[in-house]
Design a protein around this ligand. Structure first.
Ligand SMILES: [Zn+2]
Length: 389
């Protein structure tokens, strides 16, 4: 494997506090060498060791590759009509998920695989080097296993979300569906290589008792836990996430002061998904209160065809800064190291010796431009596993 020197860097944003200036550990006149898929050296450009190849950053900022810790990529069809209706005043209820379940069940494997590949490539072009992928639009044993097998072709971070909604054929029989999820569906998910188990804990989806049952059984089967919590109402999801020691409570849109204190005093990451609030015209989560309380915050896209059809982490960074009162530094940290924490990973989301060689070069001198120039394709070059893509 060829080693590669990245040089002529405007600012090297390591996202390792203490490895440079400020909370992002920014280094100037710096260079970086990747070798054997990993960051092998960081230092003054003038002191750079020889390498097999050279990448000229053209004076642009270099940031860690984004870590998108929440995405629903295995589906068929789209819901543009539902979006238009919502923008004309209809509220979002989550009911449209069943529309996508129908389209996904009817699709062939190759159609699903092609759609995941398209979205994963779209995200990669915008600097996302780690992307979690959930199932959750199959909702039968066979269709959940199929979704996870396809997801596993694109990511090591795959999540079993059989408890997305109760499918129509189980209407009024939630207990029976939860038994299916906890039994044969979970076994099939494990067999298909799932690393995580997730539940949509929300009014109209799964209550606290059902969610606890599914996550407890999933954890006992060796899966890590994460929860869709407090998206539409200030429900029990966040408290359950903290109680169970889940890696992440995702959405966190409607939080009580007790929820914020619970997250701040725990190892559970608060993963915020502002693309969902943008696309459902909803109030944004209280990022400022979470950060001020000391919670670890991640930003992710929630890419899905209903409530947030974006793969763009730079867009989420811009929303977090403009709409959620996060500083540009807080937002970038949440989109990199924060996402890594939400996936319990320490080898991505940061640029330090030994980390995976994942980075994005911006067509801008500073990371500030990610929020300052919203909607502009600033990522000019992406390196994944030490290779240019
Ligand atoms: Zn989601």
């Amino acid at each position: 494997m060829r080693s590669m020197l990245v040089t002529n860097i405007g600012e090297l944003v390591t996202c390792v506090p203490g490895q440079g200036e400020g909370p992002l550990g920014i280094r100037r006149q710096a260079a970086l060498v990747v070798d054997d898929r990993k960051v092998a050296w960081i230092g003054r450009a003038a002191d750079a060791p020889p390498a097999d190849g050279r990448v000229d950053a053209g004076g642009g900022a270099v940031v860690p590759g984004f870590v998108d810790s929440h995405a629903h990529l295995v589906f068929a069809g789209d819901r543009a009509g539902e979006f238009a209706a919502r923008m004309a005043g209809e509220p979002y209820t989550g009911g449209g998920i069943r529309t996508t379940v129908g389209a996904t069940r009817a699709a062939g494997d190759e159609q699903l695989r092609t759609n995941v590949a398209r979205l994963r490539q779209e995200a990669l072009r915008q600097g996302t080097t780690t992307m979690e992928i959930k199932s959750g639009y199959g909702l039968t044993v066979a269709d959940e296993a199929r979704s996870l097998r396809i997801a596993r072709e694109f990511s090591a971070e795959t999540t079993f979300l059989g408890a997305h909604v109760v499918p129509a054929e189980y209407a009024g029989r939630t207990d029976d569906y939860v038994s299916l999820v906890c039994g044969p569906m979970l076994s099939a998910a494990r067999g298909a290589g799932a690393r995580w188990v997730d539940v949509f804990c929300e009014r109209g989806a799964f209550d606290a008792d059902h969610s606890r049952a599914i996550l407890t059984v999933g954890a006992a089967a060796g899966l890590g836990t994460r929860i869709h919590a407090n998206q539409l109402t200030a429900g029990p999801g966040v408290r359950l996430a903290v109680e169970l020691g889940a890696a992440s409570a995702d959405h966190c849109t409607h939080l009580t002061p007790e929820d914020i204190d619970a997250l701040a005093g725990s190892a559970t990451v608060a993963t915020l998904l502002p693309g969902a609030e943008f696309s459902t015209r909803s109030p944004y989560p209280p990022a400022r209160a979470l950060l001020d309380a000391g919670a670890t915050v991640a930003l992710a896209t929630d890419c899905n065809p209903g409530s947030s059809y974006t793969t763009s982490m730079p867009f989420c960074v811009a929303l977090a800064v403009r709409e959620m009162a996060m500083t540009p530094a807080e937002a970038l940290l949440a989109a990199t190291a924060g996402g890594a924490a939400a996936l319990r990973r320490d080898d991505v989301g940061q640029l330090r010796v030994g980390a995976r060689g994942d980075l994005a070069i911006l067509d801008a001198p500073s990371f500030l431009h990610l929020a300052y120039r919203p909607g502009v394709p600033l990522v000019s070059t992406v390196m994944l596993n030490g290779e240019l893509v």
